[in-house]
Design a protein around this ligand. Structure first.
Ligand code: KG4
Ligand code: ZN
Length: 352
């Protein structure tokens, strides 16, 4: 089966063509980041308008790259949620219009299931069952995954997501949106041990996360450093704070991953979502997992953040199992991952 995948849940227009026999044939991405930088975050209305501009040219581009025409596409998948409603509607309407014009089935895909399955696109994919740590701009979740659609939520953030914490901390330090990669870059020059930030909710049992206290701690540290330097934050101070902040988030995630693996009795960890691109997080998880006789899997960098390939892949798995939601333009800005049906229960409720 050959699937065209469309991702428009936030500030990236992602297109891809995935073939169940041949693998990923083509993918293309347009990031709107430059457009949103002056506003310090994503402006939903601008995001929707830009998806309208980019969707069809990128569709043509991936079809040309995959050297395939409309007849050779078997189905179309799009991100139906969670995400920004206007942005989702653009992807959903385009997907349904193409499906109608080409006479093909269409399926709405859960964005976080896309992230979760993104490592399956790699040469050495993980095998079920595993524990997944989903860390993006909107989600921080630990999930026991027995198979596609068989998800047990082990823990999640009770306030900010890890990526959101990176973005907010970066803003406090005068770094642009999205903050994660900038903090990671500054942290490389940081002085180890200069600051020690708290590891929230690690000294009590449970697998939930909270990052809002860390945000306040960062703000106080930034303000104190500025006050000591005539109201300016020097690049070295910025690097020292970035390192302490990143260490705190990475350590917190590490502690909870170990706990989750133990609780679920698993030795395989999958990390996905934008924050899984963080080199320090990957390196520390690799050491931890190999010490436990286990293994950590993650997508290649470009598939950690939002992309069309993960949507084409996830959608293809569900379509092959008989899931479809023909002709409905329906999106769900809020959509718990655990509401998804297991793969072996063919249903038209895949995005209800
Ligand atoms: O998955 P994603 O592209 O979008 C959502 O679905 O939210 O994740 C974006 C998030 C942003 O918060 C960004 O700051 C964070 O991922 N991010 C990183 C890194 N690269 C992206 N956080 C830490 N380190 C990175 N290298
Ligand atoms: Zn995402």
């Amino acid at each position: 089966m050959r699937v065209l995948g469309i991702e428009t849940s936030c500030d990236e227009t992602g297109l891809a063509i995935y073939d169940s026999e041949q693998g990923l044939l083509a993918h293309a991405l347009f990031s709107q980041i430059d457009m949103h930088i002056p506003y310090g975050g994503v402006v939903p209305e601008l995001a929707s308008r830009d998806h309208v501009r980019k969707l069809l040219p990128l569709t043509k581009q991936v079809m040309a790259e995959a050297n395939c025409n409309a007849e050779e596409i078997d189905a179309i998948c799009y991100t139906a949620g969670p995400g920004l409603i206007g942005a989702l509607m653009v992807g959903a309407s385009t997907a349904q219009a193409l499906a109608m014009a080409w006479g093909k089935p269409c399926l709405g895909v859960h964005h976080m299931e896309g992230h979760l399955l993104a490592p399956m696109l790699e040469e050495k994919p993980p095998e079920f069952p595993f524990v997944a740590l989903l860390v993006s701009g909107g989600h921080t979740q630990l999930i026991d995954v027995q198979g596609i659609g068989q998800y047990e939520m082990l823990g999640e953030s009770i306030d900010d997501a890890a990526g959101e914490a990176f973005d907010k901390a970066a803003k406090m330090m005068g770094l642009p949106y999205p903050g994660g990669p900038h903090i990671a870059r500054f942290a490389e020059q940081g002085t180890p041990g200069k600051y020690l930030f708290p590891r929230p909710m690690t000294n009590r049992p449970g697998l939930d996360f909270s990052f809002s206290g860390l945000k306040t701690f960062t703000l106080n540290t930034v303000e104190a450093a500025k006050e000591a330097n005539n109201g300016e934050l020097s690049d070295q101070e910025r690097a020292d704070i970035a390192l302490a902040f990143q260490d705190a988030v990475v350590d917190t995630l590490l502690i909870k991953c170990k706990r989750a693996l133990k609780q679920a009795g698993r030795k395989t960890l999958v990390i996905a979502g934008g924050v899984s691109a963080n080199k320090d997080l990957r390196a520390k998880l690799e050491v931890t997992l190999s010490g436990m006789g286990g293994q950590v899997f993650y997508p290649r960098n470009e598939f950690c953040t939002d992309n069309g390939a993960m949507i084409a892949y996830a959608g293809c798995q569900r379509l092959m199992a008989g899931h479809t939601n023909d002709k409905q333009i329906k999106v769900q800005p809020r959509w718990p991952l655990t509401d998804l049906p297991p793969l072996d229960l063919p249903t038209d409720k895949a995005s209800d």
